[in-house]
Ligand binder design. Sequence first.
Ligand SMILES: C[S@@+](CC[C@H](N)C(=O)[O-])C[C@H]1O[C@@H](n2cnc3c(N)ncnc32)[C@H](O)[C@@H]1O
Length: 210
Amino acid sequence: MNMTQKAVRQEYDKIASAYDQRWNNYTTKTLTYLQNWVDISPQATVLDIGCGTGEFESLRLREHPNQRITGVDISEQMLLIAKQKFQAYSNVSFQIGAASSLPFANDSFDVIVSASAFHFFDDPVAALAEMKRIIKPDGKVYILDWCKDYFSCRLIDLYLKIFNPAHKLCYTQKQFHDLLTSVQFEIKRAAKFKIDIIWGMMVVEIILPQ
Ligand SMILES: C[S@@+](CC[C@H](N)C(=O)[O-])C[C@H]1O[C@@H](n2cnc3c(N)ncnc32)[C@H](O)[C@@H]1O
């Protein structure tokens, strides 16, 4: 595990027990948007990269209780909280792992989602290569993250770069799309939105070239 990954794990292990309460407003708004935006069949197998405390799983399972979802995260403590929430669900599981080296076989999932985690990825190209490896050929990937097109996010990015060793990089929509196409993902749909005065977000649906 490299320095950035260690810093992320340490930070999230530390805040895990307070995360749901502290970020309730943010996660509710971002993940509700994501859940309304995605087009996921209830029969699809879903992987959530950087699943944290499993809040996307909560929203998804409310509508589709039989959805098969696997969450992967680098923070053991975040995963412990996620696991506690879904003890009764045999269709939901969680595993420790880093986005740049995922513990899954090739062509494992119909859908990948990743919410508010991409800006932490120390090696975004390796993370995207892993997504390409484990998604089925006709699968879809949804990535939601902060968007540096918004002035407030530019300030946050600058602040975190100086003061937070866990922070890696916040992208403009163009930088993000260029990165995705540079690794031969095809962008199917994209959107940008603000959830409040501070947080500006972007989301994409990407697929493998057909
Ligand atoms: C802001 S939280 C978002 C959690 C959840 N997706 C949500 O929307 O509530 C970011 C999560 O990404 C995880 N994470 C960051 N970098 C990671 C990496 N390289 N591999 C796996 N997980 C990572 C963190 O541990 C943390 O749980």
